[in-house]
Design a protein. Sequence first.
Length: 325
Amino acid sequence: MILDELADWIENATLNGAVPVITGRNGDMDTVGSAIALAASNPNLLACGLHLGRLANRLCLELNAPFRKLGKNPSWPSKIGGVIIVDAASESQTGLTIPEGIPKCVIDHHDTCEWDFKPGDLELRGDARATTQMVFEYLNRSAPDTLSDEVKKLLLAGLITDTGRFRHADQSALRCASEIMEGAGFEYQEFVEYIQNETISASDRGAILKGMSRCQSIESGKWNLVHTHAGIHEGKVAALIIQAGAEVALVSRSRDGETRLTARAPRSSTKSGVHLGKMMQLLAEKMGGEGGGHDGAAGWSGKIDRIAAETAFINILATTKRDEN
Ligand SMILES: [Mn+2]
């Protein structure tokens, strides 16, 4: 069983020194929750990463959860036994240069993967709906004492946000949530309300609305695509576009010479043949940069200009076959 291999890997690595548990650079709740929860299982594991997203920041403060924010070129501990990377499909998705020549372990649930593995490395790739689901399974099996209310909240928050509040859950994600709640000293509904209770500043609201006002709806091959560009909150803008009925949502953003694409698709589109993660990977092969993700949620980033990146995505969508079922 692969979870036993993870237990062995962690035991060996932590015997040889400190082991950073590195998050994806978006700092979303899934990556941050996974890192902190896993790090709670062994004193030689340290959760760290480039950035804490809004919710992750709020929850970490509230729970007093240990997380080390790193600069672009961090000084790693001198005695390092290995590195664990959670919820990131490639090195660039961490935004960091991972130290070389030490064993690494990648725990991830993306459909795409651009890591190189060497002997001594371990890859845990699951079709879980959140990386926190995989971390919970590990802790539940190998370190159940770690599962305090604080750790449970971090894991549950990752699962709730990565599944869009269980809209994209499946049976095992739902079972996982129920197992996390078993014996928990907090109430599920109250916790969800706490997570949802995000205040959006007037300037952020303005940016979201501006992104919405620039939306264009086009037919690309057999698909309806609604695209726009936004300065921030691309994920939120894309979600709103999907709620408006688009078959595929594409939101671009350009800053400091870097362009980022964020795409979302509802289940009806992914069932008919859209796989945004693979499309973003193809985009990276054609235009450079880095891309990947899930079938219904994916991203790409690179150095070409925004219009060229959008056009390349639209062309890939145009050639995507539609299975009528
Ligand atoms: Mn995730």
